[in-house]
Design a protein. Structure first.
Length: 126
């Protein structure tokens, strides 16, 4: 294992939580192992491990980009991660309001719906 992979796994666990990463690792197969290694090294070991901006801001950027590009299936995972990144529900709402203005109201509306559902599951009162 590379140092970048090890750093990525540490950061991934810090952001997504041990339970999430343990489930993902348990579901990993020989087929998707190269992909899992790539995102652990690239996304988590490089981008998320860079301290140029805080995890709070990365969380907001990630959620806005997921919504703006219509990658809604990843939004609940990253909403749950806000418990570890420090992005508040108000931060998330502001990110999605930017999406509404710059990428479209329907995308922001759907992202907000997913965020509300996920926060409710987390026991977060909005």
């Amino acid at each position: 294992m590379s140092t970048r992979f090890e750093q990525g796994m540490t950061t991934r666990r810090a952001v997504l939580g041990d339970d999430h990463v343990d489930r993902a690792e348990a579901n990993k197969s020989a087929f998707d192992e190269p992909f899992q290694s790539m995102i652990t090294e690239g996304a988590w070991g490089t981008l998320w491990s860079d301290d140029s901006i805080a995890h709070r801001e990365r969380s907001m950027l990630t959620l806005a980009l997921l919504a703006a590009t219509g990658n809604f299936e990843e939004i609940p995972m990253h909403i749950r991660a806000t418990a570890n990144t420090g992005a508040s529900p108000q931060d998330v709402l502001q990110a999605f309001m930017h999406v509404a203005v710059y990428a479209g109201v329907p995308k922001a509306n759907h992202a907000i719906k997913l965020a509300k559902q996920t926060y409710a599951e987390m026991g977060v009162t909005l």
